[in-house]
Design a protein around this ligand. Structure first.
Ligand code: ADP
Ligand code: MG
Ligand code: ZN
Length: 488
């Protein structure tokens, strides 16, 4: 029997606003900040304190909902989700329940069979919890993260392969970055994916029993865990067993999912409306104001890069995945239009997605930390196009500029990489090349003009590209014509 995997994702993304969801404490990088520095009586859950909702966080959630093609509620409500855990100071988490801010949207992804929509069930706001730190035999708690606005995005069970899961996760992260609401830094835990996985016989329309996988700290972990869980469930069903509905943890080191606890049900949480926060009434005017804040979204930018700059879909996808890379590219395109010689957008795309990405990968550096500004890249490519340096030298110069932050032109000058300007030296090389190839000289003299180009190529090679091809062309013609004169 053939099986079809069914996957739905729940995504928690911190909203990187200036202050927390219900108090004035700042949102900080909880992986580096001094523990418990950014805590006040509100986010520490002291009795008698009053929460004040963060308007910006609500706005950003609606913005995200609009970008995900959702309906925006006219009325929304905070609830208390009650449970005990040491990272939750008030013993309830403020969250949304039956009146989420956004519902019924979708995100389009690319699949091998073309674009597909993954439906978004809901987007709502809650508050993040603190963090437990296990050291030796003790557990410490850091409340810097407690009360940070957290957006929860829930998909319908619409994905049917790990490839689709990966495409969705990347597309969503890219979208949140474009919106400027979340940095997408999975390693820092500011965006966290949980995967719900079930399998069913191909052709079956009802859903199978699912498990939920937590503790996925990277795209790699997400992909591996879903892959593993699909295989595990298929094996269970094949051997006549039944999948248990439960929460699993991903064990990265062993590469397996392990049961964590039985799945709790909504009634276990005893959700009830938060008495300290009035219902949110979201006017249609406000929604339109927020809609006007939407930037160009990733899919639109991708299509524009293909059409306007003549890039392949693959190149356009590489360049638009991070909006800062897309900005870098477009700034380079603009600069490239201004001076001489013209540099084609496709040439820029090739340098950025090829050489620059290679250097960034090696150094594990993101575009905003690259010390080669678009100006320098364009200047470098122009030097190559003018024949001042050859392609290989160009790559070496880029590497050095990347490492030192030095301007390409200065590197070329300081390292003597520029073309050979000494005409006498160049003429010497031309004569040597001509001397060494009497047969080609013959055929030129018999009228084969094309041989001239070949000689120019030989001289360029002999100078390792450090000659001006125009000048070489003149010198070669001169030398060959001198041969003709002396022959007749
Ligand atoms: P809960 O409220 O317990 O979190 P939901 O019904 O809201 O459960 O679903 C949570 C996530 O699980 C959603 O992303 C949904 O698409 C996904 N999901 C639900 N049922 C299944 C299933 N049978 N197989 C795969 N994913 C599922
Ligand atoms: Mg859930
Ligand atoms: Zn606080």
């Amino acid at each position: 029997m053939e099986f079809e995997p069914v996957i739905g994702l729940e995504i928690h993304a911190e909203l990187q606003t200036r202050s927390k969801m219900f108090c004035a404490c700042p949102v900080v990088d909880s992986t580096t900040a001094e523990p418990n520095r950014y805590v006040c009586p509100v986010c520490a859950g002291m009795p008698g304190t009053l929460p004040v909702p963060n308007r910006r966080a609500i706005e950003w959630t609606i913005l995200t909902g609009l970008a995900l093609n959702c309906e925006i509620a006219e009325y929304s409500l905070f609830y208390r989700k009650n449970y005990f855990y040491p990272d939750l100071p008030s013993e309830y988490q403020r969250s949304m329940y039956d009146y989420p801010l956004c519902r019924n949207g979708y995100l389009e992804i690319d699949t091998p069979d073309g674009p597909r929509r993954v439906r978004i069930r809901r987007v709502h706001i809650e508050e993040d919890t603190g963090k437990l730190i296990h050291i030796g035999g003790v557990t410490l708690v850091d409340f810097n993260r407690a009360g940070v606005p957290l957006m929860e995005i829930v998909t319908e069970p619409d994905m049917h392969s790990v490839e689709e899961v990966k495409a969705f996760a990347i597309a969503l992260r890219t979208l949140l970055r474009y919106l400027g609401v979340n940095s997408g830094d999975m390693e820092k835990g500011v965006i966290r994916f949980e995967a719900n996985v079930s399998v069913r016989p191909k052709g079956e329309t009802r859903l199978g029993t699912r498990t939920e996988i937590k503790n996925l700290n990277s795209f790699r972990a997400l992909v591996r865990a879903v892959e593993y869980e699909i295989r595990r469930q298929i094996e269970i069903v094949r051997s006549g067993g039944r999948v248990e509905q439960e929460t699993m943890g991903w064990d990265e080191a062993r590469g397996v999912t392990v049961p964590q606890r039985g799945k709790e049900h909504a009634h276990d949480y005893r959700y009830f409306p938060e008495p300290d926060i009035p219902p949110l009434v979201i006017s249609r005017e406000w929604v339109e104001e927020i809609r006007a804040m939407l930037p160009e979204l990733p899919r639109a930018r991708l299509a524009r890069f293909e059409q306007v700059y003549g890039l392949t879909r693959y190149e356009a996808a590489l360049l638009t995945e991070d909006h800062r890379v897309a900005d870098y590219f477009e700034r380079a395109v603009m600069l490239a239009r201004q001076g001489e010689p013209a540099v084609e957008p496709r040439t820029l795309a090739a340098w950025i997605t090829g050489e620059l990405f290679r250097l960034m990968n090696e150094a594990n550096r993101e575009i905003q930390d690259v010390q080669v500004p678009p100006e320098s890249l364009v200047e470098l490519i122009r030097m190559v196009q003018r024949g001042e340096i050859n392609m290989n030298t160009g790559k070496l110069v880029l590497r050095e500029a990347f490492e030192t932050g030095e301007a390409p032109r200065r590197i070329v000058e300081a390292r003597g990489l520029a073309q050979i300007r000494d005409v006498e030296a160049l003429r010497e090389i031309v004569l040597q090349v001509i001397e060494a190839n009497p047969k080609e000289v013959e055929s030129y003299l018999r009228g084969k003009e094309g041989v001239l180009k070949w000689f120019v190529g030989q001289v360029m090679r002999a100078t390792r590209g450090q000659a001006d091809p125009q000048r070489v062309n003149e010198l070669v013609r001169e030398a060959l014509e001198a041969r003709r004169a002396s022959a007749s």
